[in-house]
Design a protein around this ligand. Structure first.
Ligand SMILES: Nc1ncnc2c1ncn2[C@@H]1O[C@H](COP(=O)(O)OP(=O)(O)O)[C@@H](O)[C@H]1O
Ligand SMILES: [Mg+2]
Length: 310
């Protein structure tokens, strides 16, 4: 569907250690362990090669959100030794309430290999930025986005689609702390933005709610279209097999149940590129003038002026 011009999102949700990163990115050891991102890139570039009827352009961006701050993982300088060294990404909202990410770089990838190299660059930055003190991966969200645009040769209609592949922060919210030999369960949100994600999901699954609190966190703002908007969205719930994690597993299933109730409406993202349209109309005007000159026998008017061609 992304190839046809629809937006898509696949996000993995579950407690730390349950396999989100393994699912989205993959295991490092074996080729057969590769995750959804490399498999998707393979598939997309294979399909693009097969389809010679359209001109495709592919761009990649990779964003990490930690503590309500966005960081560009595709920073090529290799200088980051902590997350704070990466370029900071901020959110801008235009008058039409579209979200724009300021400072998030987009890199063109013309082959699967180029796209994979961008994934590796991002994952390297993601790893370098992590220290035992700052367990960013369990507390941050990573959003790998494939931007795809396509048009038929000679046509002014351009289709834009984006596919977000999302590795969310660990969903665990209960800190189990041993106090005086007693197991004290402290209901504490490790990650406020997952709490806000839940608020959005609850609001969306309740009918007749007009206000959806997307703005409360950067992650829900960025994924606004993916959650109850113009997007085909799939959630993957990852569960731990260990018995002691049963509570978290149940809460993940409950969350998945809520998410399953949401109805999204994806539309084809098609627009007319004004520059291409103007070029086409100018050509048509020129041809008609030539034809007119031929019919009336009058001397041909001069070619379109410079101003007209602009
Ligand atoms: N389906 C799986 N098959 C084999 N190993 C897995 C699978 N899912 C997760 N693992 C392993 O379990 C560990 C935790 O997975 P990880 O993806 O890092 O969890 P998370 O990102 O949810 O914290 C990793 O060592 C990973 O390789
Ligand atoms: Mg992980």
């Amino acid at each position: 569907s992304v190839l046809a011009g629809y937006n898509g999102t696949i996000f993995a949700y579950g407690q730390t250690g349950s396999g989100k990163t393994f699912t989205i990115t993959g295991g490092a050891e074996r080729y057969s362990d590769r995750g959804i991102i490399p498999r998707t890139l393979s598939y997309i570039f294979e399909e693009l090669q097969k389809d010679s009827s359209k001109i495709y352009t592919t761009h990649i961006s990779y964003l990490e959100i930690y503590n309500e701050c966005g960081y560009d993982l595709l920073d090529p300088r290799h200088e980051a030794s902590s997350l704070e060294d990466l370029p900071k990404v901020t959110i801008l909202e235009d008058p039409d309430q579209n979200i724009h990410l300021k400072n998030l770089s987009r890199h063109q990838a013309t082959t699967e290999e180029e796209a994979l190299n961008l994934l590796f660059l991002g994952d390297t930055n993601r790893m370098i930025a992590e220290t035992p003190m700052n367990q960013a991966s369990t507390r941050s969200h990573c959003i790998f986005t494939i931007h795809l645009s396509s048009k038929e040769p000679g046509s002014a209609t351009v289709r834009h689609a984006k596919l977000h592949l999302v590795d969310l922060a660990g969903s665990e919210r209960v800190a189990k702390t041993g106090v005086g030999g007693q197991l004290l369960t402290e209901a504490k949100y490790i990650n406020l933005s997952l709490h806000y994600l839940e608020q959005v999901i609850i609001a969306l699954s309740e009918k007749h709610r007009s206000h959806i609190p997307y703005r409360n966190s950067m992650m829900t703002s960025v994924l606004r279209d993916s959650l109850g908007g113009n997007c085909m969205t799939t959630m993957i719930a990852t569960l731990s097999l260990e018995k002691r994690n049963i509570d978290e597993s149940i809460s993940t299933c409950r969350f998945a149940q809520r998410v399953a109730l949401i109805k999204n409406e994806a539309v084809l993202n098609e627009e007319i590129d004004p520059r291409l349209m103007i070029a086409r109309l100018q050509k048509e005007v020129q041809e008609l003038r030539d034809e007119l000159a031929l019919v009336t026998g009058e001397p041909r008017t001069e070619a379109l002026t410079e101003a007209e061609l602009l």
